[in-house]
Design a binder for this molecule. Structure first.
Ligand SMILES: [Zn+2]
Length: 427
């Protein structure tokens, strides 16, 4: 009886807590999304932002509480402040392809521009939006800010696309679940049945593995029938160029397997047709490749024999902010993780501030660094090699889904993914 009373009390308290939070949300925001379109431009040394437009989108699918990002992962974050009070009412950390480009050789001598998009719930009153970029010392510094009035006549409520959404699995309301939206890329109108099969199979890959498998009910999965004029994607190394809805391509930064899109504006224009927390771009090709950028998008080939491993790995980047734990494959980056700075990613350390990482998960007596020997094969330790370099950057396990991509997520990656689920769902 006592237990039942406690359970009832806890339930009532939780409901009161949630009601209080939704009332706070309702005082600040209404249905919809304020979308700020910008362009980045710059070189390796500098970044500048310029505004290109403001839109009102239909679907905000994030939580109605926990609106300020508790993790501050990523190379960037944006902060939304109520203009009248100065109070922070929303923030989100993220990464971009532009920032990756800034670590390539080309950015030393060339200036490029990339589109960029920020999204947050539609505010009831004027807001100040700030973009903070992480500097060489690992700290966020203010790069850009502007004031936005929700009553402005210069807000575009239109969407260039009206693609059909197919619900693959709905486990609850969008604000209470992690909403994954599969976008069709390089599928013609005649290939949409194939796309739905591919999206269903790809979602199955993610949820075939822990920690996603036992937490499946925390997710909603949808697929958007975004049609392209051509089938396939660009393969510049083979002189193949296709007209596709979000302009994806292999050979990003000269790396054949690195398939991305620089056209993030088109990604968001397409995705605006449905609710989402995570965008998964499924590309109609059997060529090996893909990419995953934290709180930006995941992308992978639908039909490659290794697609299962790639789909799960890339989602680890985009959803969990997980870094690559490998150091033995060609990449285009130089000094991606400066050795004098603790990386923000939860699954790498330079030992500059290891106490802030997975040190509490290590058993007593495990040496730091830990030798990559048979005796430690299943042991959480500090193994040298990760983040594209063999020296100075350390990973938590000898093998992991983020290392060779032949193993499952290590306990450190798994914990980080579960923390991200809790952030979005509250559970
Ligand atoms: Zn790992």
């Amino acid at each position: 009886m006592k237990n039942r009373f406690s359970l009832l009390t806890a339930t009532v308290l939780l409901m009161a807590f949630q009601l209080a939070h939704s009332q706070v949300f309702d005082q600040l925001f209404e249905q919809g999304v304020m979308r700020i379109d910008l362009v980045f431009s710059g070189t390796a040394e500098e970044t500048s932002y310029a505004l290109t437009g403001v839109k009102k989108e239909q679907f905000y699918s994030g939580p109605h509480s926990r609106l300020v990002d508790p993790f501050d992962y990523g190379d960037h974050k944006f902060v939304v402040k109520d203009k009248a009070s100065g109070e922070i009412i929303f923030s989100q950390s993220y990464c971009t392809l532009f920032r990756e480009w800034q670590t390539t050789e080309e950015s030393q001598t060339l200036r490029r521009a990339y589109p960029h998009v920020l999204r947050f719930p539609w505010p009831l009153a004027s807001v100040v939006v700030e973009i903070h970029d992480r500097n060489g010392e690992g700290a966020f510094i203010l790069s850009w800010s502007a004031t936005f009035d929700p009553a402005s006549i210069y807000t575009d409520p239109g969407s260039p696309y009206q693609f059909e959404t197919v619900d693959l699995e709905i486990n609850g309301s969008a604000e209470e679940k992690v909403d994954i939206l599969f976008l069709a890329e390089g599928y013609t109108a005649d290939e949409m049945d194939k796309f739905i099969d591919d999206a269903r199979r790809s979602a199955g890959y993610i949820f075939s593995e822990e920690p996603f498998k036992s937490n499946r009910k925390k997710f909603n999965i949808r697929a958007l029938k975004s049609t392209s004029l051509d089938s396939g994607t660009d393969i510049p190394g083979d002189s193949i160029w296709k007209n596709t809805v979000i302009n994806s391509s292999f050979y990003t930064f000269g790396i054949e397997r690195y398939m991305t899109t620089m056209d993030y504006k088109s990604v968001c224009d397409v995705a605006a047709c449905a609710p989402y927390d995570q965008i998964y771009i499924l590309v109609n090709t059997d060529k090996y490749g893909g990419g995953g950028i934290y709180n930006h998008y995941s992308i992978s080939a639908a039909d490659n024999l290794q697609s299962r491993a790639v789909v799960i790995h890339e989602f680890g980047h985009a959803f969990g902010g997980l870094a690559d734990e490998y150091f033995n494959s060609a990449v285009a980056y130089n000094d991606y993780f400066p050795l004098e700075v603790e990386p923000w990613n939860p699954n790498l350390t330079t030992l500059v501030d290891f106490a802030s990482k997975w040190k509490p998960m290590m058993s007593e007596g495990v040496p730091v660094p830990t030798p990559a020997e048979e005796a430690y094969i299943e042991v959480v330790g500090v193994y040298e090699g990760g983040g594209y370099v063999a020296k100075g950057v350390f990973r938590p396990m000898i093998d992991c889904r983020m290392h060779t991509n032949g193993a499952v997520f290590c306990p450190v990656c798994s914990k980080a993914l579960k923390k991200m689920m809790a952030r979005v769902t509250g559970l």
